[in-house]
Design a protein. Structure first.
Length: 374
């Protein structure tokens, strides 16, 4: 890996955003429960989806036809979408529609599925999401799920002798390339002026990280929940979290994207899913213990550990989406577009993408028009 160069983060504005984010309170199916990216892509190809398009028209007052199926590419993250899945809320809202939940291990695989037309909705972290916008993938951002704090972290083995970021030199550290964890790891190293080339950084999916840790193949990993908790339980300790990195400018989060074809045909169904996510987030905040119990099976954690993971992120409801620090409005785009632009610039510097477009391109990807004017 090449040495990380200085990037043009706007630290003042991002730190202000993060301060606002921390003030937000975090916690107060009868369908296809699994799947893989390959199956999703096959389904999309068979359906003939996947054509790219521009910004979809605003929802019409005319009654629209419902889709026969809604395909959601989800990741196992302790947020409102996973709770909506666990409680079957979308199935309750649209009992006449087949709801297919397709599980992905990383945002880069979600991007592949979106590009192939294999899914209608997907969950991405800020780096793969910014990459998708930069590459012109056929999707738009309809919901900001959460802001990542302590739920992603660098965990090292107690027996490794590593006590700080500086102690990583000469060791094998795993992460998922192109993910929020990868972004945070590189940001943390840059913040401490540590050359990444002095560390063996390995690209692994989250389940493979746990297996490699158990085999003794790696000394540490920067990863998310529930993998993070599994490493800590198996003789690990946290060196730094994404909350620490964000406090110095490297903010990350997770958001939902919808395929252009789907939102073009079914804008009111997208609004319907937003209402489902809003219901889930409110339940998440009002009944945290019950929410933790509902998600614990999918997370592979005890209810107490799931609750801890929930408290390590900041979830957003529908009323917060158009705030200035998030999407903003069509007339006054919010700070999230700038965060995506800064992330895209970072990825360009890392040679992960070949171009980071103008700020307006990232702003145009935000579908704040789906929300009522406050």
């Amino acid at each position: 890996m090449k040495k990380l160069q200085t990037t043009g983060f706007r630290l003042g504005s991002l730190l202000a955003i993060f301060a606002v984010l921390l003030a937000v309170s975090a916690c107060g199916s009868n369908n296809a429960n699994g799947g893989d990216p390959a199956q999703a892509a096959v389904a999309g190809t068979a359906a003939g989806a996947g054509s790219a398009g521009g910004t979809s028209p605003a929802p019409s007052a005319v009654t629209e036809e419902l889709p026969a199926e809604i395909r959601i590419g989800y990741q196992v993250s302790p947020n409102g979408e996973l709770l909506a899945k666990s409680l079957g809320l979308l199935e309750q809202k649209y009992p006449e529609i087949k709801i297919s939940w397709l599980k992905f291990d990383s945002g880069r695989d979600v991007n592949v599925a979106i590009a192939s037309g294999g899914i209608d909705f997907g969950l991405l972290g800020t780096p793969p999401g910014a990459s998708g916008v930069a590459q012109g993938l056929p999707d738009q951002i309809y919901y900001i799920h959460d802001v990542i704090g302590q739920s992603e972290a660098l965990v090292v083995k107690n027996a490794s002798g590593i006590g700080s970021l500086g102690g990583l030199k000469g060791h094998k550290i795993a992460t998922t390339f192109g993910s929020t964890s990868h972004f945070s790891l590189l940001s943390a190293l840059k913040q401490e002026n540590i050359d990444p080339s002095t560390i063996t950084i390995l690209d692994m999916q989250a389940p493979d990280i746990v297996a490699a840790w158990q085999r003794g193949d790696i000394d540490g990993a920067y990863t998310w929940q529930p993998s993070q908790s599994k490493l800590v339980e198996d003789g690990g300790k946290v060196i730094i979290t994404s909350a620490d990195v964000a406090a110095r400018g490297g903010i990350t989060g997770e958001f939902g994207v919808v395929h252009n074809d789907f939102i073009g045909k079914y804008p009111n169904v997208v609004k319907g899913y937003i209402s489902v996510l809003d219901e889930a987030v409110k339940y998440y905040r009002d009944y945290p213990q019950e929410s933790a119990e509902a998600m614990s099976g999918e997370l592979g954690l005890s209810a107490d550990a799931a609750l801890k993971a929930m408290n390590e992120i900041i979830v957003l409801d529908a009323s917060q989406q158009t705030a200035p620090e998030y999407m903003g409005t069509p007339d006054q785009p919010g700070a999230f577009g700038q965060l995506l632009k800064d992330t895209g610039d970072f990825l360009l510097e890392q040679k992960s993408i070949t171009e980071s477009p103008e700020l307006s391109v990232y702003q145009q990807a935000l579908r704040s028009d789906l929300y009522p004017v406050q």
